[in-house]
Design a protein around this ligand. Structure first.
Ligand code: PRP
Length: 212
């Protein structure tokens, strides 16, 4: 049986839809069960239900052979694993956002700009590449408040519909990357279980219309 780490939370429903379309439906509704490991109906895959931020670790360490993870999480964690397939769902953008009156041209290069983010590494690297000194505060959620109430000048966060930014009076200032859900595979498992993983990739690719 292949083990696949699946992120709980907002992408789980779409992941489950994709697995069903690929003929790999879980034996139980993953959004309803309290079990953390659930086999597929066909018996070829066992799903591990884990926090989105932990999914790459399970795959990197070989506890799971493969998994689904958002590109935003992968950019933040830089895990050592293969990323063979863009699954095409959970599309969003990683952006720099802030109050509309702030313009990046106005950054004071002599005193660090303050950034609040769930993605401190992405934020640090982005501003470093631009040559702008930055102090990055790591938050765990509700990041927008950071920029609204002055903890930070900007936030680095994902935007999907744009509603959260809009409803908090913030705007996108720059786009860092376009993100979506990716199939990730453990390096050793890819070679040791090549046939099974290729087959899985083919089923998923057929279901998404992507090329493996
Ligand atoms: C994410 C993200 C934004 C929001 C963007 O937060 O951090 O706040 O979704 O989505 P939108 O553009 O469709 O409004 P999430 O819902 O994961 O909650 P969190 O703030 O607790 O992290």
């Amino acid at each position: 049986m292949l083990r696949m780490a699946l992120p709980t939370g907002r992408v789980l429903k779409e992941a489950q839809r994709l697995l069903a379309a690929a003929g790999l439906s879980p034996a139980e509704d993953l959004s309803a069960t309290r079990r953390l490991t659930v086999p597929s109906r066909c018996g070829r895959v066992e799903y591990l239900l884990v926090k989105p931020v932990d999914a790459p670790l399970y795959v990197e360490q070989g506890v799971a052979d493969c998994g689904i993870s958002g590109k935003d999480t992968l950019m933040e964690l830089s895990p050592d694993l293969l990323e063979p397939l863009d699954l095409g769902f959970a599309r969003c953008r990683l952006v720099v956002a802030g109050k509309p009156e702030l313009e990046r041209k106005g950054d004071n290069l002599l005193s660090p700009v303050r950034i609040a983010s769930k993605y401190p590494r992405v934020a640090t690297n982005y501003f470093r590449k631009k040559g702008v000194p930055a102090t990055v505060f790591k938050l765990s959620g509700s990041v927008e408040i950071g920029a609204v109430l002055g903890l930070s000048h900007y936030i680095v966060d994902i935007v999907e519909t744009g509603a959260t930014l809009r409803e908090n009076g913030l705007v996108v200032i720059e786009e860092i990357a376009a993100c979506s859900a990716r199939l990730v595979v453990n390096r050793a498992a890819y070679y040791a279980r090549l046939e099974e993983i290729r087959e899985l990739m083919q089923h998923l690719a057929n279901a998404t219309g992507a090329t493996p």
